[in-house]
Design a protein around this ligand. Structure first.
Ligand code: FES
Length: 281
C-alpha cells in the first residue's frame, strides 16, 4: 500500500501513478489516471494515446507513503488522492485496525471508486462539495484518538489544511502524499551554485557540472540516461544514490532524516557541498 510506479509515456514524459488493488493483495498493477485538461500533458496522453495492447515501460515500484503499523487510522482523500488509500483500507481491514475514511470531491460524478468503497459501510464518509460543502476537518481530527496515524492524499490546499491542524494536535502522526507538485524550494539565501564534478561509479565516467547547470542536465548532456519527471525536486523520479561526497539538498521531498543521512539526492535540483560527488550511476 502507498507504492507508485514511474510510467514512461510514448512521448518521453515520465509520470507517477499510485498502485492500487481492490483487495490490497499483490497482483497485476492497477493505476487510475484522472484526465487533467489543464495539466502538463501526461494524463491526456495516457487517455488519448494509450489503449489495450499498448506496451509501456515502468520504473519502480517505489514507496514514499508506506502504511505503518497502527491500531487507529484516519484516512483523508481529496479527489483522485483516493487511489493510494484503497490498498491501505484493505490492509487495515486485514490487520483488524480501527479506521475511518473521509473522501472529499467536487461532486459524486467526479469521485472515483465509490462502488468499491460502499462495502465498508459507515466507516467511509463520502463528502461531495456540491452536497456537503467542505470537509469538516476540525471535527474529524478532534474525533480521532491520540496516537492515531493520519494518512492524507489530495491537492495541496487539503494537505496544508490537514498539516496545520495536525501540528496543533501533537498526538496525531500525519503522513501525506501529494499528487500535484509542491512549490519548488528556493535555495537558501547564502547558497550559490558552484562547479563540481560527478563521478559515476558504475560506468566509470566523470561529468563536470558547471555553476548554473543542474546535475540532471549535465548528466543528460553527457549522454547519461537518467529518469526525471517534475525537474523541480518534488516527485522523486530522479532519486539517485550518493556513494561519496555531501549533497546540498534543494528538493522538497526528502525527509530530514534522509537529508541528514546524505546517501540519496534528487539530481534535478540538488547539488554538491564541495567539489565532488560519487554517484551510483
Ligand atoms: S525529477 Fe522530480 S524530483 Fe527530480
Amino acid at each position: 500500500p502507498g507504492a507508485h510506479v514511474d510510467l514512461l509515456l510514448p512521448s518521453g514524459l515520465v509520470r507517477q501513478y499510485s498502485l492500487h488493488h481492490a483487495d490490497g493483495r499483490p497482483g497485476p498493477w492497477r493505476i487510475a489516471v484522472l484526465r487533467e485538461p489543464d495539466g502538463r500533458g501526461g494524463s491526456a496522453e495516457l487517455h488519448d494515446r494509450v489503449a489495450v495492447g499498448t506496451r509501456l515501460r515502468a520504473a519502480g515500484p517505489r514507496n514514499r507513503f508506506p502504511l505503518l503499523p497502527g491500531q487507529d487510522l484516519l484516512f483523508l482523500a481529496g479527489g483522485i488522492g483516493i487511489t493510494p488509500l484503497l490498498p491501505m483500507l484493505a490492509a487495515a481491514e486485514r490487520r483488524g485496525s480501527r479506521w475511518r475514511l473521509a473522501y472529499a470531491g467536487r461532486s459524486r460524478a467526479s469521485m472515483a471508486f465509490l462502488p468499491e468503497l460502499a462495502r465498508y459501510g459507515d466507516r467511509v464518509t463520502v463528502a461531495p462539495r456540491d452536497e456537503c460543502g467542505r470537509l469538516d476537518l476540525d471535527a474529524l481530527l478532534a474525533g480521532t484518538p491520540a496516537g492515531a496515524l493520519v494518512y492524507c492524499c489530495g491537492p495541496e490546499p487539503l494537505l496544508q489544511a490537514v498539516r496545520a491542524r495536525c501540528e496543533a494536535l501533537p498526538g496525531l502522526a500525519l503522513h501525506t502524499e501529494r499528487f500535484t507538485a509542491a512549490a519548488p524550494v528556493p535555495p537558501a539565501a547564502d547558497t550559490a551554485d558552484t562547479d563540481f564534478e560527478a563521478v559515476l561509479r558504475r560506468s566509470g565516467r566523470t561529468v563536470p557540472v558547471p555553476a548554473g547547470t543542474s546535475l540532471l542536465r549535465a548528466l543528460r548532456g553527457a549522454g547519461v540516461a537518467v529518469l526525471a519527471s517534475c525537474e523541480e525536486g518534488t516527485c522523486g523520479t530522479c532519486e539517485t544514490t550518493v556513494l561519496e561526497g555531501v549533497p546540498e539538498h534543494r528538493d522538497s521531498l526528502l525527509t530530514p532524516e534522509e537529508r541528514a543521512a546524505g546517501d540519496l539526492m534528487l539530481i534535478c535540483v540538488s547539488r554538491c557541498l564541495g567539489s565532488r560527488l560519487v554517484l551510483d550511476l
